[in-house]
Design a binder for this molecule. Structure first.
Ligand code: APR
Ligand code: PHB
Length: 391
């Protein structure tokens, strides 16, 4: 088998890349370890930056998102017994976010690929990448389940635990990493959201986030210790803790009900440099992870894929490698901005066990600054809705 771009992984990065390449007349095969059903149900984050929304719409895969997604023009920061709105419409006019689950984006992309006759293979076993070395005589190829796929280029879109990144010789890569001493316990519930906008709550019991998926489905997260077992959190305990962390401003009461999904997500910051080796290019979580507090993971994957698409289009049209050679550098600027923003939001809003009283005062002082100074609030808002591409 032969294709121009072998894509490992059918998350948002791999699927969007395959679709954008198809629009440029470039062939690809997507190889995914899990079943279609599994990846369409996998609940992840759900905040799309303006640029992500625009990208999906321009690519013709935004129709359902525009219909069912919830545009939001602000978020609330809640702490010290009061809520403070960060008004995007005032601070970053014309830019907003759309709340739409990542697995819905995945469903839309799979449907678009299959409708266009795209080659997306699920439940593919033992994927390995070969012959990556720069200047190697044979082109790169991928083996899987007894088959071989020859390609001009391989895109490693297989997430943090994939095979692509570990296939790069260790001495080529520099890893930048930070772990956090806590995780997020996330739930989906069949309850009407108790707020029109997302609430990021900092309390002495830990952080809580009220998000949503639709007018009848809410999504919540609780900061929990890193070694938390979901079995120790029956539904009633989750609701009690959410009430304790959210029902602390006058007039707010949390609507509770049936929980349909529960999970614990570890928190990590991670970047590998460079994001490429020979004819292998990493995109999305395969190259970098952010803690979910800034809601940047999916949006960064989309930004990488846009850059890679342009570089591959140039390469396949006239053989020029300048954009491909500069791929990593072109992505890393935005990657590091999102790293900083996600680390900053995380540090601002979570409780840290080893934090002393001085550190807690600094945190509260910064929250007061962000919620009272237009300059500081604008910093949060422009990063949250996403900086323009190329900046
Ligand atoms: N072979 C084939 N597929 C693999 C392999 C492998 N060895 N290892 C992992 N995969 C698949 C996973 O099953 C998954 O479907 O690669 C896909 C990677 O998708 P994501 O983890 O969703 O990563 P990405 O597409 O980069 O999207 C980034 O996803 O993790 C969230 O928060 C993150 O929102 C961000 C977004
Ligand atoms: C979500 O809705 O899943 C969500 C929202 C905001 C975040 C993270 C996750 O910062």
């Amino acid at each position: 088998m032969r294709t121009q771009v072998g894509i490992i992984g059918a998350g948002p990065a791999g699927l969007l890349l395959s679709h954008l390449l198809h629009l440029r007349g470039i062939s690809s095969v997507v190889l995914e370890k899990r079943s279609r059903d599994y990846i369409e149900r996998r609940v992840r984050a759900g905040v799309l930056e303006q640029g992500t929304v625009d990208t999906l719409v321009e690519a013709g895969v935004g129709e359902r998102m525009l219909r069912e997604g919830l545009p939001h023009h602000g978020i609330e920061l809640r702490y010290g017994g009061a809520g403070h709105r960060i008004p995007f419409e005032k601070l970053v006019p014309g830019r907003a976010i759309t709340v739409y689950g990542q697995q819905e984006v995945v469903k839309d992309l799979i449907a678009a690929r299959l409708a266009a006759g795209g080659d997306v293979r699920f439940e593919v076993e033992d994927v390995e990448v070969h012959s990556l070395e720069p200047g190697s005589d044979t082109g790169p190829y991928v083996t899987f389940g007894g088959e071989r796929l020859d390609c001009d280029v391989i895109a490693g879109c297989d997430g943090f635990h994939g095979v692509s990144r570990p296939s790069i010789p260790e001495d080529v890569l520099t890893v930048f990493e930070r772990e956090y001493p806590f995780a997020w316990l996330g739930i989906l519930a069949n309850v009407t959201p108790s707020s029109e906008e997302l609430i990021y709550a900092r309390t002495d019991r830990g952080f809580a986030l009220h998000s949503m998926r639709s007018p009848s489905v809410s999504r919540f997260y609780l900061q929990v210790p890193a070694d938390t077992r979901i079995e120790d959190w029956p539904d009633e305990r989750i609701w009690d803790e959410l009430r304790a962390r959210l029902e602390n401003v006058p007039g707010f009461s949390l609507t509770t009900g049936e929980i349909t999904e529960k999970g614990v997500t570890p928190m990590r910051s991670f970047v590998v440099e460079p994001m490429q080796y020979g004819r292998l290019y990493l995109a999305g979580d395969a190259a970098h992870i952010v803690p979910p507090t800034g809601a940047k993971g999916l949006n960064l994957a989309v930004a990488d894929v846009r850059v890679l698409t342009e570089a591959l289009a140039a390469y396949f049209s006239d053989g020029s490698t300048a954009l491909l050679d500069g791929y990593s550098e072109a992505c890393l600027k935005r990657v590091w901005r999102a790293q900083h923003f996600s680390w900053w939001m995380t540090t601002l809003l979570h409780t840290f066990e080893d934090e002393d009283a001085y550190g807690r005062r600094l945190q509260l002082s910064y929250l007061d600054y962000v919620t009272s100074s237009e300059a500081a609030a604008t910093t949060l808002a422009e990063n949250y809705v996403g900086l323009p591409y190329g900046s």
